[in-house]
Design a protein around this ligand. Structure first.
Ligand code: PHB
Length: 369
């Protein structure tokens, strides 16, 4: 029997991956200190257990204090945070794994309780009207502060510093989180961006911040080590709705990304059923595979069969699995040996400590845990 497409190696623009099974970025809220430091015992062990993934992408990591919108998440903007991550990358590399850091700025999807009472930043002063998990329980969002040009410039530089720190911490690369309704997505879509300067208006202007970030990062980190994540059909979640401008905007961004020598473009299939929603693209890989000429990673709702199919049909090069990796550290070995998957416990997705984090069974490996 020929090898499953998921298990074939892949050249990620110069980084060799042993298979095409990617661990998707997953917020897990396991940081138990105010300095936003990861630990060897928790984060190190968790990522190390998942070393057999072709590529691990970390949880979203805060690029600055202003980028935070969740409790107990790690950061990559101080020297101590960078040092702490070094231990995690070493533990993954010691096992032959590859790991990228996801760089995260939530923009308006935050709360003043994360910012000493000050307003979160966004392209425009428009409330996403969602509920956030804050240090003081679940709370509704507020109307954010419209970013000045100086705020935008500072944020672009913070992305670069975060990328430089991540590379210094030993990561194989970084992923720019430009999806799921967070800051960069807020710039892209017309419902959250009413600016009339160079960062608002037409598609070129609404996507300018992403390309400015790539240009800035490129000064210090080769773009071959940079991935970009987009979720073109996000609808009714994280404060984003589809509208008449959505498809032209993402078509524009994705076409333009062809000119950038990235590690990969990471696209999500719709998170929910958008088949009845106007302006929805229901099949993301099918639409964007012919448009995007470089490495394409696809994610959301894939199982082993669908993952093999999407690769076999040449609609993507890599498949990212999220929840399956939470409860199956040895997901790759389970695919290899057809071992049934352990189901995840949603109650421990976002809780502190080891439970539901580093204690899922590893069945597909002979070695001791
Ligand atoms: C979440 O924690 O709910 C979350 C974080 C980042 C995402 C999506 C969801 O991209």
């Amino acid at each position: 029997m020929s090898k499953q497409p998921l298990l074939k190696p892949f050249d990620l623009n110069g980084i060799s991956l042993k298979n095409r099974v990617v661990m998707a970025p997953l917020t897990r809220n396991r940081v138990d200190n105010t300095e936003m430091l990861v630990s060897k015992d928790l984060h190190g062990k968790y990522y190390q257990q998942r070393y057999s993934a072709g590529l691990i992408i970390t949880e979203g990591v805060a690029i600055s204090p202003k980028s935070v919108g969740y409790s107990h998440i790690p950061g990559i903007f101080t020297k101590e945070q960078t040092e702490a991550w070094k231990e995690v990358t070493k533990m993954v590399h010691d096992k032959g794994g590859k790991i990228f850091m996801q760089l995260w700025h939530v923009g308006r999807n935050s709360h003043p309780d994360f910012h000493d009472g000050e307003l979160p930043w966004a392209p425009s002063a428009i409330n996403p009207n969602i509920v956030m998990r804050t240090p003081n329980g679940k709370q509704p969002t507020v109307t954010p502060k419209e970013m000045t040009l100086a705020d935008i410039k500072q944020t672009i530089e913070e992305y670069k510093t975060a990328a430089v720190n991540a590379m210094a911490a030993g990561f194989d690369g970084v992923e720019i989180h430009a999806s799921n309704g967070y800051l960069l997505h807020q710039f892209f879509v017309t419902s959250s961006n009413h600016r009339n300067d160079m960062y608002g208006g037409n598609e070129e202007n609404r996507s300018r911040i992403l390309f400015d970030i790539l240009k800035e990062i490129k000064k210090e980190v080769p773009l071959q080590k940079v991935g970009v994540r987009l979720n073109p059909s996000l609808h009714g979640i994280f404060g984003i709705d589809l509208n008449i401008d959505t498809i032209p905007t993402f078509d524009y961004i994705i076409k333009k990304l062809n000119a950038y020598d990235l590690a990969y473009l990471h696209l999500s299939e719709p998170f929910n059923d958008v088949s009845e929603v106007p302006y929805a693209i229901t099949q993301i890989a099918e639409r964007y595979r012919p448009i995007y000429k470089r490495n394409l990673m696809i994610n959301a709702h894939f199982d082993q069969k669908k993952g093999n199919e999407v690769l076999q049909n040449k609609l993507a090069d890599l498949v990212a699995y999220g929840k399956a990796f939470i409860s199956n550290p040895d997901l790759v070995e389970r695919f290899e040996k057809n071992i049934p998957l352990t189901h995840w416990d949603t109650n421990t997705f976002y809780t502190l400590g080891k439970k539901g984090y580093t204690d899922y069974p590893i069945l597909g490996r002979k070695e001791a845990k």
